[in-house]
Design a protein around this ligand. Structure first.
Ligand code: SF4
Length: 415
């Protein structure tokens, strides 16, 4: 029997919908600090994970802090979680952020075991500790040996994100010639790192995609901005929790190719319509985490064993929770949103599953001044709500590792 050809992955983007949603959300994001505006009600006071902890004043040290932190955003982490242990490392073991300690020229080159010892000392609870230790050593050595200890140099003279990515992409010859690429940074994480640097004005602005994480994918698909035209078939495994239910709905596997298609489209499109990824990205991320996460169907039961399907809800077999807080009633793009996309299939199996969204039947009137429930960290008083001994501090202690400052202002025209 001739072998069946695999179905190719093909996505289509509805740019009319995309422009409508991106313009609205980025306008709201931009006015988040203007009192009394819709943007302030929607996004006011949100503190993004990278801003919760104080950061180094020095621009190269700041870039290294973000370079390390970005890698910890891989996989299914709650974005805030890695910053607390990283901050403990920074204050107690500043040499960990000094590339020279890891470079080939170091007197006593630091090893993965040294890094693991530090993780142990600060009681870091991360199930991928070994992988992170390996990446930490490799990436700091890469910085020391090939980039003069300065991650800002990845971006020197580049016209766009892809040019910078080509320099550090370990899968390409350009990066290999420079001594291999960055471990643990594919397009999603590298675009996140790039946006952080641009947002902090550590590098100049150039076109960049949005980091295509679960939240970006959820919104693009829920709002019908992205459609999956074809994808390799998903065959559920009976022994895997909930896969039989997942298979009844639209499913696509989140592969690197899938992420890359969205990444490349978003960079070109956002630039084409004259918006900034620095606004679109956090607006999408916060909307999905703040609001979509609260929609009843975006949760699951029994850790992915059961999903709140439209059929169950509409037949009355599954009731809305008592005192349900309908966050969608406050959503600026609700009119465009036709689908629910729970996070469990992605975190359990690397699958995105889309089902019809059932609007909450008992619409609540939106009362001006009554903001939606917001689980994201906010600070209204100007004080960061950070627990423990760092509360309220906004600058790091002056513990300067010895060599990370040596390249500062090398290319001031590139900032
Ligand atoms: S309507 Fe609800 S689920 Fe849809 S985008 Fe808005 S908050 Fe998210």
């Amino acid at each position: 029997m001739p072998k069946e050809k695999p179905v190719p992955l093909e996505l289509r983007f509805n740019e009319v919908r995309a422009e409508q949603a991106f313009r609205l959300l980025s306008a709201l994001w931009r006015e988040r600090n203007t009192p009394g505006t819709p943007g302030e009600r929607q996004f006011g006071g949100i503190v993004l994970p990278q801003d919760i902890y104080p950061r180094p004043d020095d621009r190269v040290a700041h870039a290294i802090w973000l370079y390390i932190a970005a890698i910890f955003m891989r996989g299914g982490v709650v974005s805030e979680d890695p910053f607390a242990p990283l901050y403990r490392i920074f204050t107690r073991f500043p040499w960990m952020f000094d590339p020279a300690e890891f470079g080939s020229d170091a007197d006593a080159q630091k090893t993965e075991q040294d890094v693991l010892d530090v993780f142990e000392a600060i009681e870091m609870h991360n199930y991928k500790k070994d992988q992170h230790a390996k990446a930490w050593v490799h990436n700091m050595r890469l910085l020391a040996d090939h980039w003069r200890g300065n991650p800002l140099l990845f971006f020197h003279g580049v016209k766009d994100f892809e040019q910078a990515f080509a320099r550090i992409d370990g899968n390409r010859k350009t990066a290999v010639r420079r001594g291999d690429g960055i471990l643990g940074m594919r397009r999603k994480i590298f675009s996140l790192f790039t946006i952080w640097l641009q947002e902090k004005k550590l590098i100049r602005y150039f076109p960049c995609p949005i980091p295509v994480d679960f939240h970006a994918m959820r919104l693009l698909w829920a709002l019908g901005i992205m459609e999956v035209v074809s994808a390799p078939a998903f065959v559920p495994k009976p022994e895997k929790l909930g896969q039989d239910i997942i298979a009844r709905y639209e499913v696509v596997r989140v592969t690197e190719k899938f992420v890359d298609i969205i990444t490349k489209w978003s960079q070109i499109f956002i630039h084409k319509i004259g918006l900034s990824h620095v606004d679109v990205n956090p607006a999408l991320w916060c909307l999905s985490r703040d609001m979509c996460a609260g929609h009843f169907q975006n949760g699951s039961d029994g850790r992915g064993q059961a999903y709140r399907t439209p059929e169950l809800i509409e037949s009355g077999d599954l009731a809305w929770p008592l005192n349900y807080h309908d966050r969608c009633a406050f959503c600026p793009v609700e009119a465009m949103c036709g689908h629910a996309i729970p996070n469990t299939p992605q975190y359990l199996y690397g699958l995105l599953m889309r089902m019809r969204r059932v609007p909450y039947p008992q619409k609540q009137p939106v009362i001006p001044g009554l903001e939606p429930f917001v689980p994201l960290r906010r600070h209204k008083s100007g004080m960061l709500r950070v627990s423990g001994m760092f509360e309220g501090k906004r600058t790091l202690p002056k513990a300067k590792p010895k060599s990370i400052y040596r390249d500062q202002n090398l290319f001031p025209d590139d900032t």
